[in-house]
Structures are given as structure tokens and as C-alpha cells.
Design a protein around this ligand. Structure first.
Ligand code: PLP
Length: 359
């Protein structure tokens, strides 16, 4: 068996000990006589799994008591619509910072249900920076203020949450648990699991309790946060196996030393790659330095032909999925929590060798 280093933006690598444990428990979980996949979601064994997963997430993320944790389906993209369905119900207007494709999609979905007011955008320079915020442009009566904390496609991240006077909502799909985050600064956080948490299929929503129940009565039952909050994410069958794997990932993270430890490691990994890019005469990063993401690192050679050659040769060397997003071109290395330091070292060594041959 030769496992590759997978630099995909998502779904992405999972920690090997997690995969091994899941493999060991595939035919029989604990002494249940069955796989987690086969288990009733209402069985005692499964209740322990989902409750344990929530408790671990609360612990490693430091989620305050007055927040609910929901395990939903439909990916982060469903939240682009579910957030306005539930929250765009007061003034009917929300503020958006458009810092990439995902942030833009969130605004577009909200605009179907009310007013989506774009208060800042970095689209003028291909989303290569996080724009400043002019408080005069913000609506003090907005139902919420939406940001995408880490811009997966472009490789930028907020350095701190913006100071706003209305409920702050953030898409943290590609940075959840990668760095310390003060949950109390946010009203609602959401993340698809397949970048930093586990397999695709489960979406985590962390919502302050006072925001639950603002939805009109006529929205579909499954679209209401209240439905899921009132039923412990068990109104219908939750994505049981994905939640189980998320639990294993959280256990792995906790044993590693939690978010402070992984943050240290993530900074080391990112520094290795960015330091190489900064001294390279062939490769260069594509975003403004101060906003560089710790998770997604886009870079180019300046020649489409060389980019292509690089991606193909890297793949042959076991460094896969380095092709950049189709809207940016070039390369992108996604180095989420589960990417070992060794993987980034191998990538940098490979880039240095490629530069020597092609520079
Ligand atoms: C991947 C991603 C999405 C889309 O997630 P799905 O789970 O595929 O819907 C949305 N936002 C961000 C920031 C992402 O990285």
C-alpha cells in the first residue's frame, strides 16, 4: 500500500490513526455485533457516539453553554440558504463581505429571500486580499453580517472577526479547528465536514440560542434550525457514519493537544511553504502576505505550461491534487489539520528540485 499526500481542497486527507481505527471497527463497533453504518440512530450505542462527538467538539472548540451544536446534511452550500431562511426575518436585510466565490454565493442565496447588502468586496483584485470595512456602509438594522473566514479557493483568511453590532455569521468550512477561535464573537458558525472535520455528509452548525426560532412558520420543517435544535439533530436520520468519524477526528485532535497544538503545527507547515515561495525564482504565491491562509496555499509559476508539468510530475511523485481552482489557475496546496508536516516537506523538496530543472 502506498498512501499519497493529498493536497485536495476537499474532500481531503483524514488522520491515518482515525482511518485505522475505523477499519478495525468496521465489522463490529465495540461489542454491538454490527458496524456503525448498520446501527439504529436511536440505539443506546449510537446515542453515545453522537453525544460524545458533540461533547468533544464543545471541549476542543470551547463552545459556550448558550450555543447549540447541530449535525446537519446538505453541506455548507445548504447553509447559504438556510441562514437567510431562518435569520433574514427582521429588517429583511443582511450585510455581506464578498471575499471569494463562497462568500459571493452566500450573498446570492440570501438575495433570493431578502436584501443582500455587499459592504466590502475584494473581487477587483481576484479576491487576493481581505478588504477593510467602512462602518458607515454597515446597516445597524441588518438581521446579520456574513463572512467567509477562510477563503478556500483564493487562500486568504480573516486575521480577526470584524467588529460589527449585529449578529455575526461565518462560514468556517475550511478553517474550523485549525486555529483558536472565540466562538462567543459569533452568532452562528457553520462548516461542511470534508475539509478539517471528517468525511463529506455532515455539516456542523453552531448557533447561539437566542437566534433559534426567528424563522417564519411556513418554511419546510427540515430547513428550520429549531427543528434540529429541539430534536438533538435527530428529527430524522442524521448522517450517522460521518458523525462517528468526526468523533474519531476530534479524539485524535484532543490527544494531540487540541487546537493550540494543531495551530502551532499548522503555522509551521504554512511557514515552510510560504518561506519557500518567498525565496523561489520560479514559484510565487498569489495573495497579499498579511492575509495568507494557513490552510490553502495557491501559487503559480507564471507559465501555464510549466504549471501543468508541475502538477503532473508531482502526482507521479505521490503529491496529488495540486491543480489550482479553475477560476485561479496554477496550483493550490491545501494543508489542512490532517496533512502531516512530512507531506509539506516532501512538497517543498519536490518544488525545489522542479525549480532546479525548469527554472
Ligand atoms: C468547500 C466549501 C464550501 C462548500 O461546501 P459543500 O459542503 O460542498 O457545500 C463552502 N464554503 C467554504 C468556505 C468551503 O471551503
Amino acid at each position: 500500500m502506498a498512501r499519497v499526500y493529498n493536497f485536495s481542497a476537499g474532500p481531503s486527507m483524514l488522520p491515518e490513526p482515525v482511518l485505522r481505527q475505523a477499519a478495525g471497527e468496521m465489522l463490529e463497533y465495540s461489542s454491538s455485533g454490527q458496524s456503525v453504518m448498520e446501527m439504529s440512530h436511536r440505539s443506546r450505542e449510537y446515542m453515545d457516539i453522537i453525544e460524545g462527538c458533540e461533547a468533544l467538539l464543545r471541549e476542543v472548540m470551547g463552545i459556550p453553554e448558550n450555543y447549540k451544536v447541530l449535525f446537519l446534511q446538505g453541506g455548507a452550500a445548504t447553509q447559504f440558504g438556510m441562514v437567510p431562511l431562518n435569520l433574514l426575518t427582521g429588517s429583511g436585510s443582511a450585510d455581506f463581505m464578498v471575499t471569494g466565490q463562497w462568500a459571493k454565493k452566500a450573498a446570492k442565496e440570501a438575495a433570493k429571500l431578502g436584501k443582500a447588502n455587499v459592504v466590502a468586496s475584494s473581487e477587483d483584485e481576484t479576491f487576493s486580499y481581505i478588504p477593510g470595512l467602512d462602518p458607515a456602509k454597515c446597516d445597524p438594522n441588518a438581521d446579520y453580517f456574513h463572512i467567509c473566514y477562510n477563503n478556500t479557493i483564493y487562500g486568504t483568511r480573516f486575521l480577526a472577526p470584524p467588529e460589527v453590532s449585529v449578529p455575526l455569521v461565518a462560514d468556517i468550512s475550511s478553517c474550523i479547528l485549525s486555529e483558536p477561535m472565540d466562538v462567543s464573537k459569533f452568532a452562528l458558525l457553520y462548516a461542511g465536514a470534508q475539509k478539517n472535520l471528517g468525511p463529506a455528509g455532515v455539516t456542523v452548525v453552531i448557533i447561539r440560542e437566542d437566534l433559534i426560532g426567528r424563522a417564519p412558520a411556513n418554511i419546510p420543517t427540515m430547513m428550520g434550525y429549531k427543528t434540529h435544535a429541539d430534536n438533538g439533530s435527530m428529527y430524522n436520520t442524521p448522517p450517522t457514519y460521518s458523525i462517528y468519524i468526526v468523533g474519531l477526528v476530534l479524539q485524535w485532535l484532543k490527544e494531540l493537544g487540541g487546537v493550540p497544538a494543531i495551530y502551532e503545527r499548522n503555522r509551521e507547515k504554512a511557514a515552510l511553504l510560504y518561506d519557500f515561495l518567498d525565496q523561489s525564482r520560479l514559484f510565487r504565491g498569489t495573495v497579499r502576505r498579511e492575509f495568507r491562509s494557513l490552510m490553502n496555499v495557491p501559487f503559480v509559476t507564471g507559465s501555464e505550461e510549466l504549471d501543468k508539468k508541475f502538477v503532473a510530475e508531482a502526482k507521479a511523485a505521490g503529491l496529488v491534487n495540486l491543480k489550482g481552482h479553475r477560476t485561479v489557475g496554477g496550483m493550490r496546496a491545501s494543508i489542512y489539520n490532517a496533512m502531516p508536516l512530512e507531506g509539506v516537506r516532501k512538497l517543498v523538496d519536490f518544488m525545489a528540485a522542479f525549480e532546479k530543472e525548469n527554472g
